[in-house]
Design a protein around this ligand. Structure first.
Ligand code: DX5
Ligand code: ZN
Length: 220
C-alpha cells in the first residue's frame, strides 16, 4: 500500500511571509503543495494568480498540485504547465467538454485532476475515470478556507473508490476542505490517498509538527 499524502493548502499561508511558509513546507513531512486559483466567477472569491504561482514555484521543491476554481479553464492549461504545475485540477462543473480538457492537460505533460463540488455525484465520472489521475472531492463548498467539513464526504469517497476499482483505474482520491486530525483517519479508511489541509496546518502553533502528526494519522 503506498503512503497517504499530505498537501498543505497555501491559501492559508501568510502571504506577507510566503517564502518562509514555502520553506516550512519544503522542510516538513508534507508531500505536495496545494495551490488554489480562484476567479471570483466560478467561486465567490479571488485568491491569487500567475505571478504568485510563479514566485511559489521558484522556491517549492515538492509536487505542485494546482486546483483551478475558474470558468473555462482550457484557456490557461498551457500557462499553468509553463508555470511548473505537476497536477492540474479543473472543476467538473466548469467544463463543458471535460474529455477534451483532460486530453489537453495530458498533452502539456501534467497529471489530470477533476474536482467535484459537494453536490456533484460521483457517477458522473463513470465515462472519464480512466483518463483522470486525481479526483478532488470537495468536502466544503469551494471558495474559502476555514469552513466546516461536510460529513457526506465519507460516502462519496467510498463510492469513488468503488468506481475506480470497478473500472481498473489508477486514480488517486484527494479530499479538500475542513481536513483535521479528527477526520483524517476515517477519510483514509474510506479510500482517500491525498489530504489537503490549509487552516488546520497554518493556524497551528507548530506547523511542521502538525503536518508530521497528520501524516502519521493518515498512515496509521
Ligand atoms: C477551498 C480550497 C481549499 C482550502 C482548504 O476552496 O479549495 O484548498 O484552502 O482550506 P481548509 O483546509 O482551511 O478548509
Ligand atoms: Zn483546493
Amino acid at each position: 500500500m503506498s503512503s497517504k499524502l499530505i498537501a498543505p493548502s497555501i491559501l492559508a499561508a501568510d502571504f506577507a511571509n510566503l517564502q518562509r511558509d514555502i520553506e516550512m513546507v519544503n522542510n516538513s513531512d508534507a508531500d505536495w503543495f496545494h495551490i488554489d486559483i480562484m476567479d471570483g466567477v466560478f467561486v465567490p472569491n479571488i485568491s491569487f494568480g500567475m505571478p504568485v504561482l510563479k514566485a511559489i514555484a521558484k522556491h517549492a521543491n515538492k509536487t505542485i498540485d494546482v486546483h483551478l476554481m475558474i470558468i473555462d479553464p482550457d484557456r490557461y492549461i498551457k500557462t499553468f504547465a509553463n508555470l511548473g504545475s505537476d497536477v492540474l485540477t479543473v472543476h467538473y462543473e466548469a467544463c463543458t467538454h471535460l474529455h477534451r480538457t483532460l486530453q489537453a492537460i495530458k498533452t502539456e505533460g501534467m497529471k489530470t485532476g477533476v474536482a467535484l463540488n459537494p453536490h456533484t455525484n460521483i457517477s458522473l465520472l463513470e465515462d472519464t475515470i480512466n483518463d483522470i489521475d486525481l479526483v478532488c472531492i470537495m468536502s466544503v463548498n469551494p471558495g474559502f478556507g476555514g469552513q466546516n467539513f461536510i460529513e457526506n464526504t465519507y460516502n462519496k469517497v467510498k463510492q469513488l473508490k468503488e468506481l475506480i476499482t470497478r473500472k481498473g483505474a489508477t486514480t488517486q482520491i484527494e479530499i479538500d476542505g475542513g481536513v483535521t486530525n479528527k477526520n483524517a483517519k476515517q477519510l483514509v479508511d474510506a479510500g482517500a490517498d491525498v489530504l489537503v489541509a490549509g487552516s488546520y496546518i497554518f493556524k497551528s502553533t507548530n506547523q511542521q509538527e502538525t503536518i508530521k502528526n497528520l501524516r502519521a494519522i493518515a498512515n496509521s
